[in-house]
Design a protein around this ligand. Structure first.
Ligand code: M6R
Length: 574
């Protein structure tokens, strides 16, 4: 989380371009934002709370500028806690993405040494630590290297050195990418914000980049030795996704799903087929992901068990440690991640690699960290997903596994188009749910991950407490919550029809309103949304209905569809 963008330009350049870069990074965090720039040999900063709403009109031109959009970790959402953060002298400015795990220890030390600490952030401590070393006569570059080596956790930092007119960027875990052009050089958390850069350099963990008037140089943080870096041409990278005719990226991304699937059919999953071949040879197959990607992993697991006839499990990346001691060279890890930057997933990969496991992945974002560290990587080809709530990437994740398993997607594409055309069917249901505080979504077998994903969409987009659960689990506790005010959505697949109708009857008997998403209208349903396709398409059709429902409730409640409160698109902190 948190977005970073900075430039050093040969000629003065409008600082407002940093604001425009931050707009492209806002999906990484939108609690507050700030910009620092060099003017008349002084560092000048502006900071604002909340989302980037209106472009500042009073920003000058400068050769050096750096910006940050924040997802709060240490300290509340205040101007004081917004980045950039400064040292006591005001000469060192820095922005940060990550969490400094030894924060308390460092803060205690600095307080004892009488530093004036004005924020509650972990970031500010770094500025003071650098300041101390510089006061003792060290160069800023050396000070940054030494201080960075003291920090625990996954962190990316960019320091503005006003004396030498340069930016120093260093990272472990969280992403930083350099953009190079004839007029200016850039640093950013994402390719998307790299201005008019023609080439890019990907900064790896333990590397420090200097962007100065002499160009760009990358050194090893440990020994200071220069590292030759590959420059990648920017041409084939999709830099920006426009909203076009749509009111939100959520709407755009839901509506794009048929085209996404058409592309996946055309590309025919060369890499995912290799992953499945590897899975056949391995003793253990473990899918790993977070949030929506985890649920896509659950969908794939059910299919892989059937196809491979062996144990396949899906593990939440944040719970991966439980399994680490069981991993070995005969383990295949299949990571699912839209962003390719989720830190829990990267952490799991590092641990699995240490045990000799083979790392494969299904990733949407090109040049992302997960793609780079994978032995085999299937790209999703979804195009950039900007809305914080994942939609098209989930449908694409399910589809790439289906392609590898030989499932034809053509009818699925037609059926999604039909659902999108008939989306008004959900309006009365959305209105009814929007007045509630709780919602239950029940599924069994292949529909359980869809119930979980549907509930996550409703939570993120409407702030209604939605519980996705196995229909069979109702009677083990949750049924106590069901009464005449409850609404339960029941997801019925062909293979679990009888069991799911039984779950529907159980909640109906307690007075609940039952919405069925199923092949056929059944007596137990008060409301009904149709699934038209064959068994392989049932999950996708059900999830598209649930996406549309979440979108409509969000709209009725006048909430922000693209940037739900407290969240960020790319979760780069543990
Ligand atoms: O980029 P990733 O797929 O690794 O992200 C995983 C989750 O953070 C993500 O799916 C999150 O749950 C979404 N907000 C869900 O809509």
């Amino acid at each position: 989380m948190c977005g970073i963008v900075g430039y050093l330009s040969h000629e003065e350049k409008p600082v407002v371009s940093i604001y425009q870069g931050l707009k492209k990074l806002e999906y990484r965090g939108y609690d507050s934002w700030g910009i620092v720039y060099l003017k008349n040999k002084r560092l000048v900063a502006i900071k604002e709370i909340g989302k980037l709403k209106s472009e500042p009109t009073n920003l000058p031109e400068s050769v050096l500028a750096l910006g940050h959009t924040r997802w709060a970790t240490h300290g509340g959402i205040t101007k004081a806690n917004s980045h950039p953060q400064f040292d006591c002298t005001g000469n060192i400015a820095l922005v940060h993405n990550g969490i400094i795990e030894n924060y308390y220890l460092l803060k205690k030390e600095l307080t004892q040494r009488k530093h004036k600490i004005v924020s509650d952030t972990d970031t500010e401590l770094v500025a003071h630590l650098i300041e101390e070393k510089v006061e003792k006569g060290m160069t800023i570059e050396e000070a940054v290297r030494q201080v960075f080596r003291r920090l625990k956790g996954y962190n990316a930092l960019v320091v503005m050195d006003k004396m030498q007119k340069r930016l120093l960027a260093v990272k472990t875990g969280s992403p930083l990418i350099l953009g190079l052009s004839k007029k200016a050089n850039y640093i950013a958390s994402d390719i998307n914000a790299l201005g008019e850069a023609e080439e890019l350099i990907i900064l790896l963990d333990g590397e420090l980049a200097e962007i100065s008037e002499n160009g760009v140089r990358v050194i090893n943080v440990s020994d200071g030795r220069e590292i030759p870096k590959q420059r990648i041409k920017m041409v084939e990278i999709e830099k920006e996704s426009e909203m076009g005719e749509y009111q939100s990226f959520l709407e755009k991304e839901i509506n794009e799903q048929p085209q996404v699937l058409e592309r996946i059919v055309q590309e025919d999953g060369v890499q995912i087929k290799k992953i499945i071949t590897l899975a056949k040879k391995m003793d253990k197959v473990i899918l790993v992901g977070c949030g929506t990607s985890y649920f896509a992993g659950l969908v794939a697991t059910e299919k892989l068990i059937k196809k491979l006839g062996k144990w396949v499990i899906t593990v939440l990346a944040s719970e991966f440690d439980t399994y680490v001691n069981l991993l070995d060279e005969k383990t295949l890890i299949i990571v699912l991640t839209q962003s390719g930057e989720t830190i829990d997933v990267l952490d799991a990969i590092i641990k699995a690699k240490q045990k000799g496991a083979t790392i494969t992945s299904v990733v949407n974002a090109p040049y992302s960290s997960v793609q780079r560290v994978s032995d085999v990587c299937q790209m999703l080809s979804c195009g950039m997903e900007k809305c914080v709530a994942s939609t098209k990437s989930f449908v694409a994740q399910m589809a790439v596994f289906d392609i590898a398993l030989g499932i034809d997607l053509n009818q699925r594409i037609k059926n999604i188009k039909w659902i999108l055309k008939n989306k008004n069917k959900i309006n009365p249901l959305a209105k009814m749910i929007s007045q509630k505080q709780h919602l239950f979504i029940l599924g069994r077998g292949k529909m359980l991950p869809i119930a979980l994903e549907g509930a996550l969409k409703i939570k993120e987009l409407s702030y209604i407490h939605a519980e996705g659960m196995a229909g069979g689990e109702l009677k083990h506790g949750t049924l106590a919550l069901i009464d005449k005010d409850s609404i339960c959505i029941v997801l019925v697949s062909k293979e679990n029809t009888n069991e799911m109708l039984a779950s529907g009857l159980e909640v109906k008997a307690r007075g609940a309103t039952v919405i069925g998403i199923a092949q056929r209208k059944e007596n137990v349903f008060d409301e009904f949304l149709p699934i038209r396709g064959k068994e392989d398409d049932e999950q996708t059709e059900a999830v598209v209905w649930l996406q549309l429902l979440a979108e409509k409730i969000c709209d009725l409640k006048r909430l922000d569809p693209d940037k739900p409160r407290n969240l960020a698109k790319s979760v780069t902190v543990k």
